[in-house]
Design a protein around this ligand. Structure first.
Ligand SMILES: Nc1ncnc2c1ncn2[C@@H]1O[C@H](COP(=O)(O)OP(=O)(O)O)[C@@H](O)[C@H]1O
Ligand SMILES: [Mg+2]
Length: 370
């Protein structure tokens, strides 16, 4: 087990024509001993580069990496005592599952009885005990991926690094293995850094998540905290399926108080902002699809506002439906439970509760509400 920290870590690549790509920019991050930290962000945001720096496969341009308080920038990969599982793992085709899992230990001259003990233990945890004599080509994708995880587990590394290990699997297998990895982490208590572009994987697996975009950290926190209080519109949009809705409008004064005038709407409603921008600035109302209701008619009450809306399409997902609504030319998605009474089937009103509203500056995209 190990704690890990980065300070001011930057990495750029220069191609043969001298063109420079910044893969990581001034990363500061602490990972606690025993924590599962999920780094999540779109393709190309620097996730693999971060893992390669931790593993020592790549050198940083600035900054330090510490494992258990010791700077490891100059420590060779094999002496960092960590294990990495890649998206494209390669098992030895001519070795069976047991031999694949035992390979690294044999190489390190670990005694035979100890190898057997560790492989059997890992196989038990990963549900591979009955497959130990099988060759990789007789296994399913999910089973092969579990062997790849087992192979790193038997080494008992201080730190596990996972680089999108589930992205080559079909949806069902992904969800099943996701659960197994979570259990594995709970029973092992080892420090794990898991990177993915998949927000649902991040939300379900991470003790904490760290959202990365264009090589910079956007936000770090527990999945719940980041979901409930995104620091900017990118974070709001990135988490959730679909992500947060954003509606443009203007900051105005009404009866001496700050108020929001939704673009196209006739009247404003009062809002409170922690860091209000200048008057008449463009601001965005952020609202999660599950916080939007769509009713045949509706009266305003002190806890919510209503707007007339048109219904464009309904996507039926079984347990719920995704309503695509038009609000004065802006689109809003609403997740509506199939068991919910009082849902409009033609034009209707959307209702937003004040407690579910998030506010952002339309220009900087930064959060304005507390
Ligand atoms: N060896 C390399 N040479 C040049 N550019 C690279 C190299 N590795 C990564 N990059 C660039 O750095 C950025 C981050 O890449 P990467 O860490 O692989 O992103 P992710 O894993 O999040 O998809 C991308 O723009 C990528 O093209
Ligand atoms: Mg990658």
């Amino acid at each position: 087990m190990a704690a890990l920290s980065f300070e001011n870590l930057s990495k750029h690549f220069t191609d043969e024509r001298g063109h420079r790509t910044t893969a990581l920019r001034e990363i500061d991050l602490d990972v606690k001993d025993g924590e599962m930290l999920v780094v999540v962000g779109p393709s190309g945001c620097g996730k693999s580069t971060l893992l390669r720096l931790i593993a020592g496969l790549e050198e940083s341009n600035t900054g330090t990496i510490k494992i258990d308080g010791k700077i490891v920038n100059d420590v060779s990969p094999k002496d960092r005592d960590l294990a990495m599982v890649f998206q494209n793992y390669a098992l030895f085709p001519h070795l069976n599952v047991f031999e694949n899992m035992a390979f690294a230990l044999k190489f390190r001259k670990v005694p035979k009885s100890e190898i057997r003990k560790r492989v059997e233990e890992a196989a038990e945890m990963l549900n591979l005990s009955s497959l130990l004599k099988r060759k990789p080509d007789t296994l399913s994708g999910g089973q092969r991926q579990r062997v790849a995880v087992g192979r790193t587990m038997v080494r008992r590394p201080k730190l596990f690094l996972f680089d999108e290990p589930l992205s080559n699997l079909d949806a069902e297998m992904r969800v099943a293995l996701r659960g197994e990895l979570k259990r594995l982490h709970q029973s092992f208590n080892s420090t794990m850094i898991y990177v993915t572009h998949d927000q649902s994987e991040a939300m379900t697996l991470g003790d904490r998540i760290c959202i990365l975009n264009h090589g910079s950290i956007v936000q770090t926190g527990t999945p719940g905290a980041v979901y409930q209080k995104p620091v900017n519109m990118f974070a709001g949009r990135f988490l959730g399926n679909p992500g947060m809705n954003f509606l443009k409008g203007t900051l105005v004064i009404d009866h001496g108080k700050s108020a929001f005038l939704l673009t196209g709407a006739r009247s404003s409603f009062p809002i409170s902002l922690e860091n209000p921008p200048d008057l008449n600035s463009e601001i965005c109302l952020g609202i999660r699809p599950e916080s939007v209701s769509f009713e045949p008619t509706g009266a305003v009450n002190p806890s919510s506002v209503v707007f007339e809306a048109g219904l464009e399409i309904v996507e039926n997902l079984g347990h719920e439906s995704l309503f695509h609504l038009d609000l004065f030319g802006q689109s809003v998605k609403a997740r509506i439970s199939s068991s919910k009474p009082m849902v409009a089937s033609g034009p209707g009103v959307v209702r937003f509760a004040f407690r579910d509203m998030h506010w952002f500056d339309a220009k900087t995209e930064k959060r304005l509400s507390a």
